[in-house]
Design a protein around this ligand. Structure first.
Ligand code: SAH
Length: 246
C-alpha cells in the first residue's frame, strides 16, 4: 500500500518563457531538500504554450513606437486563466512594482499558494495586468533582463519561512528586517584573526550582555546604513512606549 503524500504547505506557479530556469538554484541546499520533501511545490507554465498562431508568437511591437517588444495581452491572459488558482493574487515581477520587503514575503508565506508572472522584452501589455487584478512587485531599483531571477529570489525568501525548512526558528526571528532592524555582525573562530579580535562580550558567556550588545550593534548599523528603516523603527518604538503607558 502506498502512503499518500500530504499536500505541500505552499504551492507556487510560475508563468515564464523560460520554464527551464526553474527550480534553478532552488534545487540545492535547504530549499531543494524542502522541495524533495514536499514542503513546497513548484509548477512552471510555458507562456508560449498559450500562443495561438503557427509561429507561437508571444510578443509584438509597442503602440506609440519605441524600442523592444511587449508580451501580448491575449497570450498572458490565457496562461493566467488556464493555470492560476485563487484566492492568492497573480504577482507580476517588474521594476514598476512595489519594492519587495520581508513583511510582503511573510504575507506570501502565510497564504497557501502564489502565482508569479515573469516578464521579458519591454514588459507586459498593461490591459491584462488591469483585467486580472495583477499585483506588481519589484526586486529593487535596477533593471533585469527578465522576471525569472526576481521570481527565484521571491520564492527563496518565502520558502525559508515555511515551517520545517530552516532548522532553528530563532535564527529567523533575529534576522535582518524581522524586527525592523538590520542584523548584528557575526563572528566565528579563531578568536583572533590577522590581529583582529572578536568583541570581548561575545566570549564572556554572559547571555544577557550578548543580547544587549547585539541589539546595540543592530541599531547602530541600521542608523548608519539605512536611515529610512531607522526612522520607521524609532516611530514604532515610540508608539509601543506610548501604548505601554497607563
Ligand atoms: N521596460 C521595463 C523593463 C523591462 S525588463 C521598464 O523599464 O520598467 C524585462 C522584464 O524583466 C520585466 O518585464 C520584468 O518582468 C523583469 N524585471 C526587470 N527588472 C526587474 C526588477 N527590478 N524587479 C522585478 N522584475 C524585473
Amino acid at each position: 500500500m502506498s502512503e499518500a503524500k500530504a499536500a505541500p504547505a505552499w504551492q507556487v506557479t510560475v508563468l515564464t518563457l523560460f520554464p527551464e530556469m526553474f527550480p534553478g538554484y532552488l534545487a540545492h541546499s535547504l530549499a531543494g531538500k524542502a522541495l524533495d520533501a514536499g514542503l513546497w511545490a513548484l509548477e512552471t507554465v510555458d507562456i508560449r504554450d498559450f500562443a495561438s498562431d503557427k509561429h507561437r508568437s508571444v510578443d509584438d511591437a509597442p503602440f506609440g513606437g519605441g524600442p523592444g517588444m511587449v508580451l501580448m495581452p491575449e497570450v498572458v491572459d490565457r496562461a493566467i486563466r488556464a493555470r492560476h488558482r485563487g484566492p492568492a493574487p497573480v504577482v507580476y515581477l517588474t521594476p514598476r512594482g512595489r519594492p519587495l520587503d520581508q513583511a510582503m514575503v511573510r504575507g506570501y508565506a502565510a497564504r497557501p499558494s502564489l502565482t508569479l508572472l515573469c516578464g521579458r522584452f519591454e514588459g507586459v501589455d498593461e490591459r491584462v495586468l488591469e483585467a486580472q487584478g495583477v499585483e506588481e512587485v519589484s526586486l529593487g531599483d535596477f533593471v533585469l533582463s527578465g522576471g525569472e531571477p526576481a521570481a527565484l529570489a521571491l520564492i527563496d525568501a518565502v520558502v525559508r519561512l515555511l515551517p520545517g525548512v530552516v532548522g532553528a526558528e530563532e535564527t529567523l526571528e533575529e534576522e535582518s528586517f524581522e524586527r525592523g532592524l538590520l542584523e548584528y555582525p557575526h563572528y566565528t573562530r579563531p578568536a583572533e584573526w590577522q590581529g583582529r579580535k572578536v568583541p570581548e562580550v561575545l566570549i564572556s558567556g554572559h547571555h544577557e550582555k550578548v543580547k544587549a550588545w547585539r541589539l546595540r550593534q543592530a541599531e547602530a548599523a541600521t542608523k548608519a546604513r539605512r536611515p529610512d528603516l531607522w526612522q520607521r523603527y524609532l516611530a514604532a518604538r515610540n508608539r509601543s512606549e506610548e501604548g505601554n503607558e497607563p
